[in-house]
Design a protein around this ligand. Sequence first.
Ligand code: ATP
Length: 343
Amino acid sequence: MIELHQLTKRYGDTLAVDGLSFAVPRGVVTGFLGPNGAGKSTTMRMILDLDRPTAGRVTLDGRRYGQLAEPLSYIGALLEAKAVHPGRTARDHLLWMAQSNRIPARRVDEVLELVGLSAVARKRARGFSLGMSQRLGIASALLGDPEILMFDEPVNGLDPEGIVWIRTLMKGLAAEGRTVFVSSHLMSEMALTADHLVVIGRGRLLADLPMADFIKQNSRSSVRVRTPQPELLLDALHRAGLHADPGPDGSLEVPDGDLAFLGELAADHRITLHELSPQQASLEEAFMQMTSDSVEYQAGSPRPVGPAGPGGAAVDGSPAAPSAPPAPAWGSDWQARGKQKEN
Ligand SMILES: Nc1ncnc2c1ncn2[C@@H]1O[C@H](COP(=O)(O)OP(=O)(O)OP(=O)(O)O)[C@@H](O)[C@H]1O
């Protein structure tokens, strides 16, 4: 288990991590989420003792990192895939790490096999693609067969087969009772991988809860209705004390609508329906909703128009909803630009 106690890191005027306290339990995959600059990497570096906290502390199953005699056998981490000497072969890189932690050389070949790099074991790291470097980083993390594993954006650069592989690997490691802590900006990927979520924004804890609870608490459900008689439906909804927002392609979205009730309402008023479908916000939407006040970097591209459109009025004639917060800086544009570090 990893435990953070009021962990704080200040770089000059920047409070990168602000009194973070949470525990990463063993036996589950814990996803670590936050917008760009939220403090995820800084937190992970402090867990590994690579950065000294300004205040607070981290313990690994009750012990400090500095108290571990052979840390690789206790905690394995992938923080920066390209942090490998370019002139070193994959095997030599791992051998060097193994020797410094009294790990037998045969384990090097085992982990190379495990991550699918045996064929390129004697190739120099400078020729490695990002995906190959990620695999080498994962091999380094697994080298000491540690109880605690930490991965910073591990699927970055992996192809679809590689993504499924790392997902299966992380779930398998957790199923063995290990502590698995993983950061990612791929919300859809986290939904498939993580059992538990820790969300931070501007260095502060925003959420620490099971994935299912996070989605339930942070997503809004609605019912999408498509009808060639929208005026009749809006009138019926209004009389039932409900309202609708404009949805995509002329559909209507009824917030918190009950599917059966809406179907019966339409039938009672002899309104033809072309669609009546439940809508549940995705993890990405839930996440963006939660962190909207904590986004440090904003994308310059226009955001998609929300249900009522920017400043638009709801279709039932009710006053315009307050405009939605600006979209956080991820999505394809963010991914294409890659992680923008200032450190
Ligand atoms: N070495 C450093 N010197 C100065 N400021 C730093 C340093 N490292 C991080 N920061 C700042 O601390 C804040 C947190 O950065 P950090 O890289 O930990 O965030 P992150 O959540 O990992 O972001 P990303 O998703 O972009 O990697 C940012 O404002 C960043 O600019």
